[in-house]
Write a protein that binds this ligand. Structure first.
Ligand code: PGA
Length: 268
């Protein structure tokens, strides 16, 4: 795990945007895994800014989102399709036909939909870089605690904590979905790189469990300890429960020196 601690959330977003730009520039047909939630919004704002400044183009990019509510119409403002259109896709030159979410309507078999999503990712050549947030309960995507560490795209029932955490996004009139389709943990682990962004004090315990706890289905993000290329971008608040703060900062400095000397290394 490469753990990088920044002063604030804005720097986390800028750094994540640099990773995405690196991928887009390096590969002819980049495949990007995307996340929803509050944390990546500032990343998408950065990417839109860079696109508007002619610094990147999304014409050849294919995207796969981590999750989508079960049986939600894509035109529903609460759907993750709407979120992605509003926060990124409508503002850049991406071909919407190349943007995928794990959808499942009421009449569709969630198992078949999950398998079809896995196939689609394979056909695209696999995910090069997967953006992740982390839930206060350690979830990645909607892989809630106790999710199988070898799971694939499927339907999940959301925990009460996740429902409570996300209830801020729903008005009293809106019905909050309690089930969702999500990439599995094994699906996420197949990505060549994973880039997890965490900001704010409410993530500090989950971040600590992910980095220094045992690998356990009780904290699904802890599986990233087993990923060959996991990059964890934190602001000071999200890093505040880590004990080896100074070590991570020292290691980051050393890595920057190496990058200056030998060039920034990644192998999408
Ligand atoms: P948040 O969600 O970015 O809205 O905090 C993160 C997550 O649940 O993965």
């Amino acid at each position: 795990m490469q753990i990088i601690i920044y002063d604030d959330a804005q720097q986390v977003a800028i750094s994540a945007a640099q990773w995405v730009q690196g991928l887009i520039k390096e590969k002819t047909h980049p495949v990007l895994g995307l996340a929803t939630g509050s944390t990546p919004i500032s990343l998408y704002q950065e990417l839109v800014k860079q696109y508007q400044a002619d610094q990147c183009s999304f014409t050849n990019v294919t995207t796969f989102n981590l999750d989508e509510y079960h049986n939600i119409d894509e035109s529903n403002p609460q759907s993750y399709r709407s979120f992605m259109q509003e926060n990124l896709f409508n503002h850049v030159d991406i071909n919407t036909k190349n943007t995928f979410l794990p959808t499942c309507e009421q009449a569709q078999n969630p198992r078949n939909q999950g398998l079809a999503y896995e196939d689609k990712i394979k056909q695209a050549g696999g995910i090069d870089l997967q953006i992740l947030g982390i839930g206060a309960n350690g979830h990645i995507g909607f892989n809630e605690p106790t999710s199988s560490l070898t799971s694939r795209t499927r339907i999940k029932t959301l925990t009460q904590q996740t429902l409570t955490d996300n209830s801020r996004l729903f008005t009293a009139q809106e019905e909050q979905p309690t089930t969702a389709m999500t990439m599995g943990i094994a699906t996420i682990m197949d990505a060549r790189y994973v880039l997890l962004m965490a900001t704010g004090k409410n993530k500090a315990q989950a971040v600590k469990d992910m980095i220094t706890g045992a690998v356990s289905a009780n904290c699904p993000a802890s599986i990233l300890q087993m990923h060959e290329n996991a990059v964890i971008l934190l602001d000071k608040d999200a890093a505040s429960a880590l004990e080896d703060h100074s070590y991570y900062q020292w290691a980051d400095k050393q890595n920057r020196k190496l990058n200056e000397e030998f060039g920034f290394y990644h192998n999408f």
